[in-house]
Design a protein around this ligand. Structure first.
Ligand code: AMP
Length: 398
């Protein structure tokens, strides 16, 4: 069965068509500037050249229509008709406490996703638009919602509650949810397979280090803690997000700069992290690494702070699980940056970790970067959120 995986942002739509049995990628693409002048789609059928289509996309329905036209087009298409698309899997950012697993989309499910809009006002409405557009154009095709938050719903109360009056949780569901769940789930399952051990008997720490970054602790098959919170702002220092900090800083900066809470939150989301620490030099670790080796203080400061925060989370999660069997690095930085992996692992001698420098030099591929005698295995595992969504979708529609 071919499954179309859709990831809708407020003005973008990423898609992949995947053969769910062979797990082969058939085609992928991206629609950008939806609802804005200059909309365009890039579309790549596997093994062929990338095609660029510049065409107005006034809304997401127009974008989905363009995607479906490209996939079925006589010259560039990869399927004869829409009947060859057996199901659609939608990435949904926030499922709140309503969704602890993926689910077939019904009217009731849509209402339950809408009920989580408050928790992710930028993302969930866009995700819903994607669902509605697909339902309009493919009314008989089953659709599945796969949530970024669902994997973390197994966290115990002591891990997800904030130390604030309990009624804020009871009344408004203010708690830690965590994100990147599809990636943490995919990578941890892959790690168990690489180890040849039962998923339910392992203690794992997954470091998803991309522009957005999070760490999770998985014990006996369940996520027991993760670094992101009510929103993706909490936890690690990220590309442009601050991660953990004293909440009193918000009022302090509002007063000093004469700005609103909204303005400061914008700074914390978009101008902070390694971008902010490097004095606006870059949020991209390729640039920062160059700066680091050139001895530039802003890049050195940003990279050291980033690595140190990851190290603190690894230590906290090893303590929370009373040990760790395997640590995995994934996502853009985790997969492609041996230097930052080495920086992080250089703190972890106390866990009995010894790193294999030669294996650690690999980029973008699965690798065991610990030595055989290392007490804790360290893996690099490329994440594949789209494939994980296709697997979940197949499971629910087959
Ligand atoms: P992501 O959000 O997962 O796409 O990750 C983005 C981050 O990954 C950026 O900081 C990039 O510097 C880093 N990254 C992505 N690809 C590469 C690569 N091929 N080599 C080095 N860093 C990379």
């Amino acid at each position: 069965m071919n499954i179309l995986v859709i990831n809708c942002g407020s003005s973008s739509l990423k898609f992949q068509l995947i053969n769910a049995q062979s797990e082969e990628l058939i085609a992928k693409g991206l629609c950008e500037r939806i609802g804005i002048e200059g909309s365009q789609m890039t579309y790549t059928p596997t093994g062929k050249d990338k095609i660029q289509v510049t065409k107005p996309m006034p809304d997401h329905t127009a974008a989905v229509k363009l995607v479906l036209d490209a996939l079925t087009n006589k010259d560039t298409g990869v399927v004869e008709s829409l009947d060859e698309i057996g199901a659609v899997g939608h990435r949904i950012v926030h499922g709140g406490e309503n969704f602890a697993r993926s689910t077939l989309i019904t009217d009731e499910v849509i209402r339950a996703i809408e009920a989580c809009n408050d928790l992710a006002p930028l993302h969930n409405p866009a995700n819903l638009i994607g669902i509605n557009s697909c339902r309009e154009l493919m009314p008989h095709t089953p659709m599945v919602a796969v949530f970024d938050t669902a994997f973390h719903q197994t966290m115990p109360e002591e891990a997800y509650l904030y130390g604030i009056p309990y009624h804020y949780y009871a009344d408004y569901k203010v708690r830690r949810y965590g994100f990147h769940g599809t990636s943490h789930s995919y990578v941890s399952h892959q790690a168990a397979q690489m180890l040849g051990r039962n998923y339910e008997e392992l203690k794992m720490i997954i470091c998803h280090l991309g522009n957005g970054a999070s760490v999770s602790a998985i014990k006996n098959g369940k996520c027991v803690d993760t670094s992101m919170g009510l929103t993706p702002l909490e936890g690690l220092i990220m590309g442009t997000r601050s991660g953990d900090m004293d909440p009193a800083i918000v009022e302090f900066l509002c007063n000093k700069e004469g700005k609103s809470v909204h303005d400061i939150l914008n700074v914390l989301n978009k101008e902070s992290g390694v971008l902010g620490l490097s004095e606006g030099y870059s949020s991209d670790f390729r640039d920062l690494e160059k700066g680091y080796h050139a001895g530039e203080e802003p890049s050195i400061r940003a990279m050291k702070s980033f690595a140190y925060r990851v190290v603190k989370y690894i230590g906290a999660y090893a303590a929370a699980m009373n040990g760790v069997d395997v640590i995995c690095f994934t996502a853009g930085i985790g997969e492609n940056n041996p230097f930052i992996r080495k920086m992080i692992c250089s703190y972890l001698g106390y866990l009995g970790i010894s790193m294999n420098e030669e294996e650690n030099a690999k980029r973008g591929e699965e690798a065991v970067i610990s030595n055989p005698e290392s007490a804790v295995k360290v893996f690099v595992i490329p994440t594949n959120e789209e494939l994980a969504i296709a697997r979940e979708t197949l499971e629910l529609v087959k």
